[in-house]
Design a binder for this molecule. Structure first.
Ligand code: ADP
Ligand code: ASP
Ligand code: MG
Length: 473
């Protein structure tokens, strides 16, 4: 749809009645001169609260479950009362109560089973977004705008990988166009839920933590939107996480590839999978601060006037380094690597970095810590024979590590950057455990001991003068 703007509001941007009011104003301002589709996250902290509720259900803590369900209800009822004039509250209040009852039903199932089946988890944790969309739509209607809460379980068709589902773009596009275009064409403002979808046969799914950004780009793709604005709580994509590097600066522009590398390497400001649908249709995106909407934010697009050098540094914790080393020359390292990679792929486990040594034929790779038990089991099974006969050494696991990644298009063909990065890290007395660089020269990924990770991030940021470069451009 020509001129369509997709606006996504994150958890903090939806975190209270006041924040929802602000978000609604931002949407209305744009809707005055072009069609707008809003995608909302759950209110800040709600997805965590829902997950926590289910964990208490799994271990049989009925009281703990009830306490958290009360918090869920109170937070939304209070927000509803602060947000809506009395005469506009009834429908939203009823929806909040019905939704809490749904979560209670799911939690009680888990209490009885003593289990937390992934498909039931997805059904329960997607309700945060549903409640947000109901509240925002009701508020906009109270202002006289035709706003419609839309649940993306009716639109985004996914595979059945609960907790990390992938959209099936064909059927999703059909449904998105059938359900959203008529609303947009008649001038209504759809408020869609981020984060969730459903399988072809209607089982609710979620796209992974932080997945509302991805919802925005999926819908933008399906509706041929002109732009996507991702509203969050910082001024845009920055040279580093400002929580770790206080003097990090906002990047005025980044390429799709830079944004994707940053996101995949831990920059929480964007969900890693957000970029792919945008790249395919060359839809530009902006990362903007809903607390300071007058600031320009960061433009994410295909080509930018990128300066030479490293532009940003990110880090990732809660990872594990797995090392596999042949004990005899009789086994082929590449063959071991290919078998290990196949097993990880079968389990849908994402490889964060991979590094190998040709002489020893050994290799190591980094995965998320949550994937470690499944990965370890699969590798022990795969190599049971080699391990039993001593052809490979016992599989080594190091969980005390973190990933640091330096990103920038301008690193291509610019000598000396790796040197500055390693100098900065070694000057802090931090040991580099593994290094990986993709063939695109866009990212240098470095595994260090987790105790030194934040220090290393600050040192690299300083040494590469990232804030200065960002302010210059
Ligand atoms: P939302 O709820 O709006 O989706 P998130 O918490 O998911 O917001 O993402 C925003 C947060 O990402 C920021 O508060 C910031 O701490 C963190 N962050 C990490 N790396 C970066 C970066 N390079 N630039 C900006 N923010 C970053
Ligand atoms: N509410 C979900 C989460 O906290 C999705 C999102 O915020 O993007 O992970
Ligand atoms: Mg987010």
């Amino acid at each position: 749809m020509k001129d369509l703007l997709v606006m996504k509001f994150g958890g903090t941007s939806m975190g209270s009645a006041e924040r929802i009011r602000r978000a609604a104003e931002l949407a209305l301002k744009e809707k005055a001169h072009r069609p707008v589709l809003v995608v909302v996250s759950a209110m800040a902290g709600i997805t965590d609260l829902l997950i926590d509720t289910l964990k208490h259900a799994e271990v049989g803590d009925r009281e703990g479950v009830e306490k958290r369900l009360r918090q869920l209800e109170e937070r939304h009822v209070t927000t509803c009362e602060e947000l809506l004039p009395r005469e506009h509250r009834a429908e939203a209040l009823e929806e909040i109560r019905a939704t809490v009852t749904d979560v209670r039903r799911i939690a009680h199932g888990m209490l009885m089973l003593g289990e937390r089946p992934p498909r039931s988890v997805d059904e329960a944790i997607a309700v945060g977004e549903h409640l947000s969309s109901v509240l925002m739509a009701a508020y906009l209607r109270s202002l006289g705008t035709e706003a419609v809460a839309v649940n993306c379980k009716e639109i985004i068709v996914t595979d059945a990988a609960f907790g990390r589902a992938s959209p099936l773009m064909g059927p999703t596009e059909q449904r998105a166009r059938a359900k959203l275009l008529p609303l947009l064409e008649r001038g209504a403002l759809p408020i869609a839920t981020g984060f969730n979808g459903a399988t072809v046969d209607g089982q609710p799914t979620t796209l992974g933590r932080g997945g509302s950004d991805y919802t925005a780009s999926i819908l933008a793709y399906c509706l041929d939107a002109a732009e996507v604005w991702i509203w969050t709580d910082v001024d845009g994509i920055m040279t580093a996480d400002p929580r770790i590097v206080p003097d990090a600066a906002v990047l005025k522009e980044v390429t799709y590839q830079e944004a994707a590398e940053l996101a995949y390497n831990g920059a929480k400001v964007l969900h890693p999978r957000t970029l792919a649908p945008l790249i395919e249709k060359q839809i530009p995106a902006w990362s903007k601060n809903s607390f300071a909407p007058e600031k320009p934010g960061t433009r994410i697009a295909a080509s930018i006037r990128a300066p030479k050098g490293a532009r940003a540094v990110t880090s990732m914790t809660k990872v594990a380094l797995v090392s596999i080393e042949p004990a005899s020359g009789a086994v082929s390292g590449p063959r071991l690597m290919s078998r290990a990679m196949d097993r990880l792929a079968d389990l849908n486990i994402e490889l964060l970095a991979l590094s190998s040594s040709s002489y020893q034929q050994s290799f190591c790779f980094l995965i998320r810590r949550e994937d470690l038990p499944a990965a370890f089991k699969a590798l022990e099974e795969e190599f049971a024979l080699e391990l039993a006969h001593g052809y490979i050494k016992p599989i080594q696991i190091d969980e005390q590590v973190g990933l640091l990644a330096v990103v920038g298009e301008g690193m291509r063909g610019t000598p000396g950057i790796a040197g500055s990065v390693f100098t900065a890290i070694s000057r802090e007395g931090i040991n580099v455990i593994a290094i990986a660089q993709g063939s695109s020269e866009l990212t240098i990924a470095i595994v260090v001991h987790q105790d030194g990770l934040e220090k290393a991030v600050r040192a690299v940021h300083r040494e590469c003068r990232m804030a200065e470069l960002a302010n210059l451009s």
